[in-house]
Design a protein around this ligand. Structure first.
Ligand SMILES: Cc1ncc(COP(=O)(O)O)c(C=O)c1O
Length: 480
């Protein structure tokens, strides 16, 4: 098929494809009921990734112009909708802004004629979400299981089959636990919320890395925890400082892999030392492994949970970063007496995570689609990490920055004299969004010399352009 695509136009390729097919269908060039080419064949013909084609087809399906049938590909719908079947989705770049940025993002999107928004915020790239494959899986589950998949989850701790599947994923990381120790949660955020509900009372001390994931800080603050921070360097939390602050604490919260926001990975020696201290002072550890399988270089370091023989570590994983955040499915590994209290907390909180989505995810993983998607995503994000590194070296030579072995985030230490809060304003004036370092500290002023860039969201060309604009914003601040 000859479809003219313009990679340099600024319009995502999947959107160009979608528009081309929509026009062809509406004009009658593609007759009602006719078959679209296979995603694999079309991707090869056009020299684009299969994800680009599947995303375009998914958009067409969402607008009712095509129907995808299991085993027989995608066809033009037998009857065309007269109006759009659903509201327009947000532009890809603005898919997952931080809440505080939303008003600004909307305002920017409404500016006529300006340069497009380039957001280094959010989670992964929505264009990489397996929209079509997951849609197919959902339909298969509904066809096989019918209304049973739409009921309340009979097991508040999670669908037994998904829990078994999760134990297999865990076993591949050296974490050997039975399915009964796995609690399915609505994302790892809920896993932390449940642990807070069970373990933390107002005034209790909780030890966190500094900087750390902003929504963990907000959650812990909302339950009245007294937060104590331990600094992070290139090898993660500086565990030698833990001994001073751990005694008497109720919880230690740590993100050992590709930390949010610094990208740092906690060294193996520090993992052991951390666990020894937690044992000595009898403090439970919450290990937040939010992106552990998104590895681009180096070898995996053993999970703290894999070193734990006393059920002291509560290990949380999630499918948000490895697959897609809208699933809202994560899991918490908890052993011993606390397990029952956590299941009770889960049940009274939401009666269980969506059964339909648990069943679909289970199938998606067991037939290997999850793993295939993860391999694609890892390739995509690795390239983007490297493009960002190159762009920062070229355009912001005075800045220091981390090159994480995986995950989503690069942590930039700004050139002397540049403040993150001012840079955020100047960058937004140029259509670039980022996370100012203030969000990740108990005392926001401590983060003023840093920004966090998510390298996974934008395609390579946009990353380079975004960093060029960011460098112009830094120059503007210097020249005042
Ligand atoms: C470190 C960390 N933990 C947990 C979460 C929560 O993720 P979810 O609730 O989608 O699993 C995030 C989300 O960005 C994160 O960065």
């Amino acid at each position: 098929m000859r479809i003219p695509l313009e990679p340099a136009s600024g319009v995502p390729l999947y959107r160009q494809l979608e528009r081309w097919f929509a026009d062809a269908i509406r004009s009658g060039a593609l007759p009602l009921g006719s078959r679209l080419p296979s995603t694999r064949g079309l991707a090869a013909d056009l020299g684009v990734s299969r994800v680009t084609v599947t995303t375009a087809f998914a958009e067409l399906e969402g607008s009712g112009l095509v129907v995808a049938a299991v085993g027989s590909g995608t066809r033009v719908a037998p009857v065309l909708p007269t109006v759009a079947a659903r509201p327009n989705p947000r532009p890809v770049a603005a898919a997952a802004p931080a809440p505080a940025a939303e008003a600004w993002v909307d305002a920017w999107a409404g500016r006529p004629g300006g340069p497009g928004l380039i957001a280094f915020t959010g989670v992964g790239d929505p264009a990489a979400y397996p929209v079509v494959e997951f849609g197919r899986t959902l339909r298969q589950v509904l066809a096989r299981e019918g209304a049973a998949a739409l009921s309340y989850a009979p097991h508040p701790a999670g669908d037994p089959s998904l829990r078994r599947t999760v134990t297999q994923l865990l076993a591949s990381q050296g974490i050997g636990v039975p399915p009964e120790s796995v609690l399915i949660t609505s994302g790892s955020q809920q896993a932390l919320a449940l642990v807070c509900q069970v373990l933390v009372r107002p005034g209790d001390t909780v030890v966190v890395e500094e900087p750390t994931y902003d929504l963990a800080l907000r959650l812990l603050t909302s339950v009245g925890a007294n937060l104590v921070g331990v600094p992070v360097d290139d090898h993660g939390m500086r565990v030698e400082q833990l001994a001073e602050v751990l005694p008497g604490s109720k919880l230690l919260y740590v993100t050992p892999n590709f930390q949010n926001p610094t990208g740092a990975t906690l060294s193996a020696a520090r993992r052991r030392a951390l666990l020894d201290l937690a044992r000595t002072h009898d403090v439970p550890v919450f290990e937040d492994d939010f992106a552990g399988d998104l590895r681009y270089s180096g070898r995996a370091t053993p999970a703290i949970k894999s070193l734990d023989d006393g059920g002291r570590v509560l290990y949380a994983g999630t499918f948000s970063k490895l697959l897609m955040p809208g699933l809202r499915i994560g899991y918490l590994v908890a052993e011993g007496a606390i397990r029952g209290r956590l299941v009770e907390a889960k049940q009274v909180t939401d009666l269980g995570t969506s059964l339909l989505l648990q069943r679909a995810l289970d199938r998606f993983v067991t037939v290997g689609r999850y793993q295939a998607n993860l391999r694609r995503t890892t390739r995509l994000y690795r390239e983007r990490r490297d493009v960002l590194k190159q762009a920062l070296e070229t355009h912001l030579p005075d800045a220091r920055f981390t090159v994480p072995a995986g995950g989503l985030f690069t942590w930039v230490t700004l050139p002397p004299g540049t403040r993150a809060d001012e840079l955020l304003v100047a960058a937004r004036d140029r259509g670039v969004d980022l996370a100012s370092g203030e969000r990740f500290y108990r005392n926001p002023d401590d983060g003023l010399s840093h920004i966090r860039l998510n390298f996974a969201v934008q395609p390579p060309g946009k990353i380079s352009e975004g960093i060029t604009r960011l460098a112009a914003a830094v120059e503007h601040l210097r020249g005042r």
